[in-house]
Design a protein around this ligand. Structure first.
Ligand SMILES: *[C@@H]1O[C@H](CO)[C@@H](O)[C@H](O)[C@H]1NC(C)=O
Length: 490
């Protein structure tokens, strides 16, 4: 029989060592005070959410103004598609897509359609701009590209005529770094190739049937976006998170902090960045190393593990607390808090016989907040600047989740110490705490169609050019992606 009862004892030395490596605090209850809220200017949760949303259509439609510039590669043997109205292969920089549905609409409204299919003959080195970065809209989607291309955000250049000059500039800037292409998203992912001969070759050049784009090809393109809605997203792009650049990095772009005060997250943008920060960002791109850091940490999975552990549970807790008219919902919510904290509820941590403060719960808060990151914290000095940013973002995010959940649980423990049931006023307080936490985290997987869409409808965030009205992409709705199409009333 496997001695599972040993595990709690094995856990302790790890936690103790991690705590010792941190800067000393007067006592545990000060450092792990459940009343201490995060600094409103901190961006760890924003970095955490954007990084765990990279290359996914759904969250990058909702938060359309990207803040990340991430190096990556497209593996050898990957097909890329280019639709056009004549059989001429481009000789300079041009656009391709990862799915042919996107390329097809570039054949134009009517007339002949030629589909050029390329295949990568070596790994292509790319830079990815997150958000809805391919949408030519002056509201922030193109800010990070502008920064790199022109050294300034120029909203008036968010137009089709500026696309070729912008790409030309990007290719010039990236040349010293041997960047082959830039990746952007609008419904689907596009790859802006600096060369149509270096690193790619023609797989086929086919004349396709002459057809109108509306309605079938257009809806086929919308439909293809849903394939990359959620994690892991567009897997043909392999990102190097160890050299990620984020404009939410307060050390990299301090000039953006003041502008975000009081703003809704969907209003955040890079417009307003000062010259000094712009130069630092461009310099970081110019110094991008050619291979990932040797830390061996799988950041994408680390982040996803944290997301998986809390996303569904918080959603269920929130809906349990909303249904407060149900008789045993307070008890059920308390059980959910217990299960959320299962690995961290130490047998030794119990409420004192009297009193209402929650200081006694500090050890549970600490274990909860540090478990996922304490080892990585111990190797901090060997990490790249990007990895240190990722570490801090995971720490700040888990810390606030744990602070909120442990706070609710500890209050429940105190009430149950003195009475048999949990009061309605406590569950109301829990509800507002959980709502606040989920709003702060801002995870897009909580924004979905309720009730769930029924086949053949699919849940969609309507945005330009799909929707005729309600283009802002904040309220999802069920939309038919197959015939008969319905475009009215959005
Ligand atoms: C947040 O940032 C603003 C603008 O830089 C600053 O005035 C304010 O003091 C900061 N708040 C905190 C709590 O650090």
């Amino acid at each position: 029989m496997y001695p599972i009862f040993w595990f709690p004892f094995l856990l302790f030395p790890v936690i103790t060592n991690a705590a010792q490596s941190q800067k000393p605090f007067a006592n545990l209850a000060d450092e792990w005070n459940i009343e201490t809220q995060p600094n409103p200017n901190s961006t760890g949760h924003l970095v955490f959410d954007t990084v765990s949303s990279l290359l996914q259509h759904w969250p990058n439609t909702r938060y359309h103004s990207g803040h990340a510039i991430v190096p990556g590669t497209i593996p050898t043997g990957t097909l890329l598609y280019h639709g056009r109205q004549n059989p001429h292969t481009p000789t300079v920089h041009e656009w391709v897509s990862t799915d042919p549905e996107f390329a097809r609409i570039f054949c134009g409204e009517h007339g002949p359609c030629w589909m050029l299919t390329l295949v990568t003959t070596r790994p292509l080195r790319v830079l990815y701009f997150d958000g809805s970065s391919a949408a030519k809209w002056s509201d922030g989607r193109m800010d990070t590209q502008d920064l790199l291309a022109w050294g300034a955000v120029l909203p008036e250049r968010a137009t089709i005529p500026w696309e070729y000059p912008r790409l030309e500039r990007l290719c010039d800037v990236g040349a010293t770094q041997a960047i082959d292409a830039y990746v952007r998203m609008q419904f689907n992912f596009e790859v802006m190739l600096c060369s149509f001969t270096d690193g790619v070759q023609t797989a086929s050049l086919s004349r396709l049937e002459d057809e109108e784009i509306e309605p079938h090809h257009m809806h086929s393109y919308f439909h293809s976006s849903t394939w990359h809605d959620s994690y892991p997203g567009e897997t043909r792009i392999h990102l190097d998170l160890t050299h990620l650049i984020s404009l939410y990095d307060v050390a990299l772009a301090p000039s953006l902090i003041a502008g975000r005060v009081g703003q809704d997250r969907r209003e955040h943008r890079v417009l307003g960045i000062d010259k000094r920060d712009t130069d630092t960002v461009v310099q970081r791109v110019r110094e991008l190393p050619f291979s990932p850091s040797a830390s061996g940490i799988d950041w994408s999975t680390q982040f996803q593990v944290i997301r998986d552990r809390y996303a569904k549970r918080l959603e269920v807790l929130q809906s349990t607390l909303t249904a407060t008219d149900e008789e045993d919902s307070a008890q059920r919510a308390f059980h959910q808090l217990q299960m959320l904290l299962m690995p961290y509820r130490l047998r030794s941590t119990v409420p004192p016989p009297a009193g209402w403060n929650t200081d006694w719960a500090a050890p549970v808060y600490r274990v909860c907040a540090q478990t996922h990151t304490s080892f990585i914290e111990s190797m901090k000095t060997t990490l790249t600047a990007s990895e240190q940013l990722l570490l801090t973002s995971a720490q700040e995010t888990t810390r606030e989740i744990c602070r909120t959940v442990v706070g609710c649980w500890a209050e429940g423990m105190l009430e149950l110490r003195d009475s048999a049931t949990i009061s309605g006023s406590l569950t109301l307080k829990w509800k507002s705490e959980v709502d606040r936490l989920m709003g702060w985290l801002g995870w897009s997987l909580w924004v979905t169609c309720r009730p769930a869409c029924e086949f053949p409808e699919s849940c969609y965030l309507p945005v330009v050019p799909f929707s005729k009205e309600g283009w802002n992409g904040s309220v999802p709705r069920c939309v038919r992606l197959f015939e008969p199409y319905f475009l009215g009333g959005y």
